[in-house]
Write a protein that binds this ligand. Structure first.
Ligand code: ZN
Length: 285
C-alpha cells in the first residue's frame, strides 16, 4: 500500500491544487452543509490496484468537478470508486477505510506537519457509505431506551450526533474523525494539545471543524471536536448535494424512521447546519 499512494500523489502534483474547486465557489454557487458522525467503521478491505498517472488525472478531475447523485447519497463502494484511495495502515486504527485521493493527499501533508510538531493524529473514521451509516442508524434505533417513543422523537435523539443514511458528510470521502469520539478528551493533556494544533493549523491544509459549539448560530448536530472536513472538495459537494438531492431521497430510502426526514427538515437543519469559514459562506440554496 505504500508505493501506491506515494506514486499517485506525485502524479497528482502536476495538477493545479484546488483550482477547480475554488473556481466553482467563486462562480457564486451555493452551499450548505453537512453532517455527522461518531462511530468507527469497518468496511471490507479491498486491494486497490495502482492506476496509471492518466487515470488518476481523470479521476481527480471527475471528483472535483462532477459528483453523481448516488455518490452524494453514499450509494457506492469506496473500495471500487476510482476517485478514492485506501488510507495507509499507519495513519488509522481501522482496516480498509478510504478517502478521496485529493483529501488523502492533503491529509498526508497535514499529518507530516503535525508529526514535526510532535502531534500524533490518528484517523478513527473516514468514508462511510449509505450501508455503513444505515448500520449505525439501525443499531441506535433499536436501543432499549427508545421503547415506546414516537419515531420523530427517536430520530431527533439519534440526530444529536449521528446522521441519517443518505445525509452524512462521511458519504463524501471528504470528512474524517480524529483521535477520539469524546469532546472531553480534547480539553486536557494530549487531547488539548492536538485540538489546539488543529485549530491553529488545519485550515492551512483545507480542513475545518464544521460542527462547532453552535456559538455562531448554526443548527443541527452538537459539537464534534473530532470531525474535520476538507472544504476544497466538501464545499462543492454540498453545493451539488443541495442542487441534486431532495427530501424525498431520504424519505423514500430504506431505513427506520426515514419519513421523519421531512418534518425534521433534515436537509436544512442538519445537512446545512454547519460552520463554514468566510470564503465558503457565500451561498445560495
Ligand atoms: Zn465524523
Amino acid at each position: 500500500m505504500h508505493g501506491g499512494p506515494r506514486r499517485r500523489a506525485l502524479a497528482r502534483r502536476k495538477r493545479p491544487p484546488l483550482r477547480s474547486a475554488w473556481a466553482w465557489l467563486n462562480g457564486g454557487l451555493a452551499l450548505g452543509t453537512l453532517w455527522a458522525c461518531a462511530q468507527p467503521q469497518a468496511q471490507p478491505p479491498v486491494s486497490a490496484s495502482a492506476p496509471t498517472g492518466l487515470e488518476v488525472e481523470v479521476a481527480a478531475a471527475d471528483t472535483l468537478d462532477t459528483f453523481s447523485r448516488m455518490e452524494l447519497l453514499g450509494q457506492f463502494d469506496p473500495a471500487t470508486h476510482s476517485g478514492f484511495e485506501s488510507i495507509p495502515s499507519t495513519w488509522t486504527d481501522k482496516n480498509g477505510i478510504y478517502l478521496r485521493a485529493e483529501v488523502l493527499e492533503a491529509y498526508g501533508r497535514m499529518k507530516a506537519a503535525a508529526d514535526q510538531a510532535g502531534i500524533q493524529l490518528v484517523i478513527r473514521s473516514a468514508t462511510r457509505n449509505f450501508e455503513y451509516q444505515r448500520g449505525i442508524w439501525e443499531r441506535k434505533w433499536q436501543r432499549p431506551q427508545y421503547m415506546g417513543w414516537q419515531d420523530i422523537d427517536k430520530a431527533r435523539d439519534i440526530l444529536t450526533y449521528s446522521a441519517m443514511p443518505g445525509a452524512s458528510r462521511h458519504h463524501w470521502g471528504t470528512d474524517i474523525d480524529l483521535n477520539s469520539f469524546e469532546n472531553e478528551w480534547f480539553t486536557s493533556g494530549e487531547g488539548a494539545d492536538i485540538y489546539a494544533w488543529l485549530t491553529a493549523h488545519a485550515s492551512d491544509f483545507g480542513f475545518h471543524q464544521v460542527y462547532d459549539d453552535k456559538s455562531t448560530g448554526r443548527t443541527g448536530y452538537e459539537l464534534e471536536r473530532w470531525h474535520w472536513s476538507y472544504l476544497p472538495t466538501a464545499g462543492p459537494m454540498l453545493t451539488a448535494y443541495n442542487r441534486m438531492v431532495g427530501t424525498s431521497d431520504l424519505t423514500k430510502a430504506a431505513f427506520s424512521g426515514a419519513l421523519t426526514a421531512d418534518s425534521l427538515n433534515v436537509l436544512q437543519e442538519f445537512v446545512n447546519g454547519i460552520d463554514l469559514p468566510a470564503p465558503y459562506r457565500n451561498t445560495e440554496r
